[in-house]
Structure formats: C-alpha cells, structure tokens
Design a protein around this ligand. Sequence first.
Ligand code: IPM
Ligand code: MN
Length: 359
Amino acid sequence: MKLNIALLPGDGIGPEVTDQAVKSVKAVCRRFGHEVVFSHGWVGAAAIDRFGDPFPEETHRLCMASDAVLFGAIGDPKYDNNPGAPVRPEQGLLRMRKGLGLYANIRPVETFPPLLHKSPLRRELVEGAGFVCIRELTGGIYFGERGRRDGGSTAFDTCTYTREEITRILKLGFEFARKRNKKLTVVDKANILESSRLWREVAREMSSSWPDVTTEYMFVDNAAMQIIQWPRNFDVLITENMFGDILTDEASVITGSMGLLPSASVGTHTSVFEPIHGSWPQAAGKNIANPVAAILSAAMMFEYAFSLPEEGRAIRDAVKDSLEEGIVTGDIAGEGEMAYSTSETGDWIAARITSQSSM
Ligand code: IPM
Ligand code: MN
C-alpha cells in the first residue's frame, strides 16, 4: 500500500516526539512492504512565527490531500499569559478540527502492567482497567457564539449542539461499545444544561437500536469522581467537547504517565493522530520527552486510517517490550534507574519492530 502522511510536528516537544513516531512508521512500512511518503506542514506557534497564521491554508490543503495526519503538539508560553494576543496557536488546532470535520476524538486509556506502580491510584483500583473516551470535537462551547457586552464588562460563551451533531458521535460511541464490552456511559449535565438534555434525549432514542449495548447516563461531576474511584467500571465513555477535554486529562494520569496516551481524531475528511500530552515547552529540544504517546498514535493511524491492524499491533508489541525491558524516559524511570533519551527510546522501539519479524 502507498501511504501519504502529513507531518505537523508543531511546537515545543512536538517535533522531537513526532520524529520518533516517524522512525516506527518507517520500520513498519519496511517490514510489511508499504511505500510511505511524508510531507511537512506548519501549525501552531511555529506557523505564527513564519506566516502570522497558526493554520495556514497551505497546511489545510496538505492535510486534505493526505491519507492521514501525524500531529505533534501546539502551544507556546509566550501566548499563555497574554489574553490580548490577536492570534493564538490554539486557534490553529480548532481550525484544523473544524476544517477537516474531525467531530470525534478517541482517547483510549490503557494500563500497562509494568507501570501500574506509577499510577497515582492504588494498584488494585487500576489493575485491569481499560476504557475509551470519545469526546465530541467540533461543537459545544468551543465553537459557540462568544463575545462581550456592556462595554466589555460582561463576557459570554455559549454551548450549542444540534441533533445531527449528537447523533453522529453517539453512533460512533454505540459502535465502539458493541465491539468492546458493550457498555456506553453518556456523560452530561442534564440536571442543568439544555444541550445536555438534548444529548440524553437523542441517546435514549438511539439506544433501542443497539439492544446489546447497556447505556448508562452519568452527570459529569459524578463521572469525574467515578473515573478515579472505580476506573474499571468504564468501557466506552462519551461526552461533549469541554467535558471531554477535562475528563480525558484526568483519565490520562491513571495509567502512570500522560506521556503514554495516544489519540485519534476522526470525522468527514483526513483523520489526525496525536499524543494527548501538550507541547511541554520547558522540555523542548532537551531530548527527554516520552515519545511513546506519539508512537502509539502512529499505531492508531495504521488501525484507523489504513485498516492495517497487524501493522498497528507490531508497533504496540514493540512499545510493550520497551516498557518491560525498562527502555523508558525519565517520567517513567524510577529513582536511581536508568532513563533513556527521547531519541534512544524511539530508536529502540523502531529497531524492535524490525527485529520482531525474525523472532
Ligand atoms: C486538547 C487540548 C486542546 C483542547 C487545546 C490545546 C486547544 O487541551 O487537545 O485536549 O482544549 O482541545
Ligand atoms: Mn485538553
């Protein structure tokens, strides 16, 4: 197969972790006989510095013309404490999501046995836990009407959802649950918000078409508590944009390090695969960031964008081996244990993908 992949490394540690994902992609393609072509695109603060635009039209065209996008991270501290900045890196991300129609963000929360002791939760709570968060990504308060009135002294943001937006993402959620352990938890704030009541109404109507899936409804505050109290009770969790943003950060740490979790954003055009961690500007260029989330995002790319599960599996197996053998970066290595650099970890995993074939 010929794979055209757009690389959008972005800011901070984005470029160095994306480099490691590329090594694994190349190793898999060599082993399974695929031809791969990478094309670079600018995004985030890096794109503002060059073009004054966090998501230039050229980058959008590149994404549209590619089979998949590997994305690093965006964000730069020079914008964080400057609410008046006319353009912000985050706007680039939102425009990419909207422009590519990426309405679903899929974030699997997987625990790795060698790392259970790294979890902030007790081992017996996390052992065996594994669930998928599905976050709506192109609607809600992120994209609703916002502004100021009363001469600027009052500010508002609005959360809007249409029946169509809710239906298409719930359909994905029901299908996910059907393929997993057949439980879908719809998270909302239906005791307060009208948009949440529409989510619940639509979910109730749809649930009869997936009789094999148990649908449960949970208020978001309660879900925030249950995720850390009983993570094993979740299978597929689905929610609107901002609740999903918050809950997935929370869920990401229960596995031991945020540096491990990948994500896929899918929708109407090219899908985007990215680590869920941010740009960690303090570590940029130091070769210390954990590349595993980026590498596992490449695994998701093979599975979701190319329907090549064996190739995805090869990457996952190599990552598991690296964790078992202690080839890990400083966020995972224990006190007094050897920490490998970003590039050493990436090299090891890519080499493992190549040597697996002869094992
Ligand atoms: C994420 C990030 C983004 C979001 C930011 C960078 C705009 O936190 O992908 O979760 O809020 O969606
Ligand atoms: Mn977030």
